[in-house]
Design a protein around this ligand. Structure first.
Ligand SMILES: Nc1ncnc2c1ncn2[C@@H]1O[C@H](COP(=O)(O)OP(=O)(O)OP(=O)(O)O)[C@@H](O)[C@H]1O
Ligand SMILES: [Mg+2]
Length: 419
């Protein structure tokens, strides 16, 4: 229910109650007037009294039939003026009607708008003063006039104070209702926002889950490529060499076996999402040194590693990414470059670490990368993908016949978070 409707209903209800009270007092005062006949009071004949009192009763009835809601102000004022005139007539009939007149104060507060309340209260005070002074006969003498004036002022003073108090109370009630409505509105908005939030939260969870699945899928794809595919390629190469039946046969078979064992170990570690074995045992420069040396021994190609800058332990994810980058770069040299020499440089700088891998082999056109197929073409993009996951980048410089240079750059986040 909105504020206006509530205030209107309240006004209707209050006014109806007041009219009931007024009607009751009118009846009581009429009975009193009949009973007080023998007393010496300035009173009119009974039939005159009945006519006036009956008219007042009808007036109250009409008033009752015009509820305050939607009633124009002017009608309210007219109803009150009629009430006041009838009150004055009733007091003229018998001062004991003062009991009834008193209800006029209440009507001033609940029926009259704004400043009309002051005028109304003064009107009621003038009639009340007459009834208290024992009727209008008092006004005939100077002393009576003084008494009337005094009574009027007292009544007017009390009624103004009461009217003021009621008005303030009423205004507070309206304000309270307004605040309650505002609160209800704010609550409704809050509820709506919470519902919306819950929806967003659910959506976020779904997205986070999907992102997690995608991330893990990419990681596994990278691991399978770097660990299994590379290992198997190496094994196939060694077995093919052994098949040629030369004196080197035993050496190739032993290399194939070693590769198979290493690949198996690495594959197990990948499944368990552990770091490569080399890194577990040593820091990145040493692990890289081992990988380079073993690669060189296996392929018979000279490979050198240079480390520059202050070496330090980096976040495991960063070290692992650099190691995998070097492994894939070397695997590519072995498969595609037919190089005579490979140089790797690992440089530790203040806030970044770079790894460069250069070979003097066949080279290729980096602007025309081979398509990803079942037989390969995944290596460079997987490398890029891995690096971007740790905010790193990959640069490829190469041209057919001019060798190849790869450059990976990653943030130097040390263990503990500080660069
Ligand atoms: N060092 C290099 N020397 C010459 N060509 C290279 C070198 N590195 C990459 N390439 C070329 O770039 C292509 C893409 O390499 P990438 O590693 O993405 O795939 P791949 O090695 O062919 O297959 P995969 O790595 O998926 O087994 C290679 O096929 C090769 O033609
Ligand atoms: Mg490759």
């Amino acid at each position: 229910m909105n504020r206006l409707a509530r205030v209107d209903l309240r006004t209707d209800w209050t006014e109806a109650r007041l009219l009931n009270v007024a009607a009751g007092l009118l009846a009581a005062a009429t009975v009193l007037a009949i009973l007080a006949r023998p007393i010496d009071l300035p009173q009119q004949p009974l039939r005159v009294t009945f006519v006036v009192s009956g008219t007042a009763a009808v007036w109250l009835l009409i008033w009752r039939l015009l509820p305050a809601t939607n009633r124009p102000r002017v009608v309210s004022v007219l109803l009150f003026v009629g009430f006041l005139l009838l009150s004055a007539l009733l007091v003229w009939c018998n001062p004991l009607f003062g009991f009834f007149v008193w209800t006029g104060y209440l009507f001033t507060v609940y029926t009259l708008p704004g400043w009309w309340q002051v005028v109304g209260a003064a009107g009621v005070a003038s009639v009340t003063a007459a009834s208290q002074a024992g009727g209008y006969r008092t006004l005939e003498s100077t002393g009576g006039l003084w008494l009337y004036g005094f009574l009027f002022l007292v009544n007017a003073g009390i009624s103004s104070a009461m009217t003021r108090l009621e008005t303030v109370k009423d205004r507070n009630a309206v304000r309270r209702n307004e605040i309650i409505d505002e609160l209800a509105e704010a609550n409704a908005k809050l509820e709506e926002a919470l519902k919306e939030n819950a929806g967003l939260h659910a959506q976020l969870l779904v997205q986070a889950h999907e992102a997690g699945v995608l991330d893990e899928r990419q990681r596994m794809a990278g691991e399978i490529h770097d660990v299994l595919a590379q290992g198997l390629t190496g094994i196939v190469t060694q077995l093919e060499a052994a098949e040629t039946g030369t004196a080197e046969r035993e050496r190739h078979l032993a290399a194939a076996k070693r590769l198979a064992r290493e690949s198996l170990t690495e594959a197990r570690r990948s499944v368990q999402a552990l770091r490569p074995q080399h890194l577990d045992e040593a820091g990145l420069p040493d692990a890289l040194g081992e990988v380079v040396q073993s690669w060189s021994g296996l392929h018979g190609v000279r490979a050198d590693l240079i480390t520059t800058g202050p070496t330090r332990r980096l976040l495991p994810e960063i070290e692992m990414t650099l190691l995998r980058t070097a492994q894939e770069a070397l695997a590519n040299v072995a498969r595609h470059a037919r190089a005579g020499r490979v140089g790797l440089t690992l440089s530790y700088m203040e806030d970044m670490v770079t790894l460069d891998v250069r070979d003097d082999g066949a080279g290729f056109d980096p602007d025309r990368p081979r398509e990803v197929t079942a037989s390969g073409g995944f290596g460079l993009s997987a490398m890029r993908e891995r690096l971007s996951r740790i905010a790193g980048t990959l640069g490829v410089e190469s041209e057919p016949g001019g060798g190849t240079a790869l450059s990976a750059c990653v943030p130097a986040i040390g263990i503990g978070g500080a660069p």
